[in-house]
Design a binder for this molecule. Structure first.
Ligand code: HEC
Ligand code: HEC
Length: 198
């Protein structure tokens, strides 16, 4: 038993886990999100590697029910069907949530440093609480709160718009909108740069 566990840990650490055969159910996903879920070639496509089970399923269901109406969401409408079986969804979620997230190169260190201050401490003058309070110091809180560490910058900015304009309408979307309501575009851009480096 101990040997088996050790072996699994070794496999995960050396990255072999990422190379496991890609199941047929994820074939269309990897066209945009890539085999490792790293979505590195298009900044508007979110990284989904390591995204937790609870939030992943919620996001899939939100696209299916068209609760997310940001312009880019329509790309997801085409790939999700109500006829996807629970068994297929389990395979899809299991595959991507077990991919190792790959950190992004730092795009703009000065902007990221500005974002870090708001992320860690909030902006009391504007009634903004620290993002870290919910998303964790490293952006890796990962349950009904989404993992945001390393997330692509354009994708984040689209979501900030979607929250404030309420085109994204999930149970928690209004709450997230309140968290960023008084932030300027520059502050949100700085935050997105910092989160991208986590
Ligand atoms: C044509 C490109 C494309 C394909 C194919 C695609 N996606 Fe997406 N996916 C996107 C885009 C773009 C978004 C961001 C949508 C938005 O802005 O709301 C997204 C968002 C997501 C999200 C939400 C991430 C988050 O953090 O909220 C999940 C989960 C996801 N996709 C999973 C999948 C799965 C699973 C498949 C295969 C069944 C798939 N995608 C196929 C382009 C694609
Ligand atoms: C009170 C808890 C809480 C705080 C504080 C908070 N968030 Fe969130 N955040 C959430 C939840 C919950 C969601 C998911 C919302 C949904 O599903 O509509 C979310 C979603 C997001 C997303 C979209 C993730 C995705 O994959 O689509 C981003 C980006 C984000 N938050 C960034 C921030 C930033 C930046 C701050 C600080 C200014 C912040 N959050 C503060 C709870 C919080």
């Amino acid at each position: 038993m101990v040997v088996v566990i050790l072996f699994s840990v070794l496999l995960a650490q050396t990255g072999f886990a990422n190379q496991k055969q890609e199941p047929v159910q994820v074939k269309k996903c990897v066209m945009c999100h890539e085999t490792d879920g790293g979505s590195s070639s298009d900044d508007t496509v979110p990284k989904i590697a390591g995204l937790g089970d609870t939030y992943f399923r919620k996001a899939m269901s939100s696209f299916l029910k068209k609760k997310r109406k940001e312009p880019t969401a329509s790309m997801m409408y085409k790939v999700i069907s109500p006829s996807t079986s629970d068994a297929d969804l389990d395979i899809i979620v299991d595959y991507f949530s077990h991919q190792e997230p790959v950190p992004a190169p730092v795009a703009d260190p000065a902007l990221a440093a500005k974002g870090k201050i708001i992320y860690d401490e909030g902006l009391p003058a504007k009634g903004i609480i620290a993002c870290a309070a919910c998303h964790g110091d490293r952006g890796d809180a990962n349950f009904s709160i989404p993992r945001i560490a390393g997330q692509n910058i354009s994708y984040q900015l689209t979501q900030f718009d979607a929250f404030t304009q309420q085109t994204r309408k999930d149970v928690d979307s209004k709450m997230m909108a309140r968290m960023i309501l008084n932030l300027s575009t520059d502050e949100l851009t700085a935050l997105a740069h910092y989160i991208n480096t986590l």
